[in-house]
Design a protein around this ligand. Structure first.
Ligand code: APR
Length: 242
């Protein structure tokens, strides 16, 4: 049955897929939340309290992402090959705000937590590319008003982006892959239960160690993403062409 052989695939990725590219995760012992309190830099209240501090936090991460030595790794590249060669649709839903999926060549990507290289104006709502340091006194490129610019990033307590499109993808998929996420933050951490509820979707976790949600996955493979993701994609594509 063609459909069973090449169902549509939803791939959820987290900070772990970018770790071997040199970007920090959040909850590893050397992670970002071990160094700074998320309440201070990743909440609307934190931004209200001290916008300068929040801008400095994201400016530092933006400069880090734009550094010459930061580039997509073999796991990102394997997902491009999957998108290019899989007979069904492949949708990447990433929690990451880096652009490594796109730089590797992935086209069908949803950034549910926003993008570090975009800024949003609190006054007019315009969103534009941003590869420069943000500051409160900078005027919006659209309405020219100063004082309202913020990173186009979803903070704790805010609604992730494109949830309707994500749930439609989960509803239609026959295979759900979760890569490099600790399964700590909802709604992303609940996607596996969402698809499990449908019964007909295969679920697999690819991570360096078991995540919080490990028991919800039918299959688990553990190891560095740059090793287990290319190996798994190779296996999938071999099965699809058999
Ligand atoms: N290969 C595969 N997995 C890895 C690797 C690696 N080389 N290195 C780390 N990991 C795993 C960790 O074991 C952990 O399970 O990646 C996961 C990263 O988890 P978190 O640091 O919690 O990152 P993530 O799950 O993406 O966080 C979700 O929380 O703070 C918010 O908005 C932030 O999008 C983020 C969300």
């Amino acid at each position: 049955m063609e459909a069973a052989k090449s169902p549509s695939i939803v791939v959820l990725t987290g900070a772990g897929i970018s770790k071997e590219s040199g970007l920090s995760t959040f909850r590893d012992k050397d992670g970002i939340w071990a160094k700074v309190a998320l309440e201070d830099v990743a909440t609307p209240e934190g931004f209200q309290r001290d916008p300068k501090r929040v801008h400095a936090f994201y400016n530092d991460r933006r400069r880090g992402l734009l550094a010459a030595d930061i580039c997509p790794n073999a796991a990102h590249v394997a997902l491009v090959e999957l998108e290019d060669r899989w007979p069904g649709e492949v949708l990447i839903v990433t929690q990451n705000i880096d652009n490594l999926h796109e730089r590797a060549g992935s086209k069908n990507v949803i950034h549910m937590h926003g993008e570090l290289l975009k800024a949003r104006c609190g006054a007019c709502g315009s969103v534009f590319d941003c590869n420069f340091d943000l500051a409160l006194e900078l005027p919006c490129l659209a309405c020219m008003r100063a004082g309202g610019l913020r990173p186009h990033v979803v903070w704790f307590g805010e609604m992730p982006f494109e949830m309707d499109r994500i749930y439609a993808g989960l509803d239609a998929c026959g295979l759900f892959l979760s890569i490099g996420t600790s399964g700590n933050v909802y709604p992303a951490a609940g996607f596996v239960q969402e698809v499990r509820g449908r019964g007909s979707t295969q679920t697999i976790e690819l991570n360096i160690e078991p995540s919080e949600g490990r028991s919800f996955f039918e299959e688990q493979r553990y190891g560095p993403a740059t090793e287990i993701v290319p190996a798994y994609v190779k296996e999938l594509l071999k099965k699809a062409s058999a």
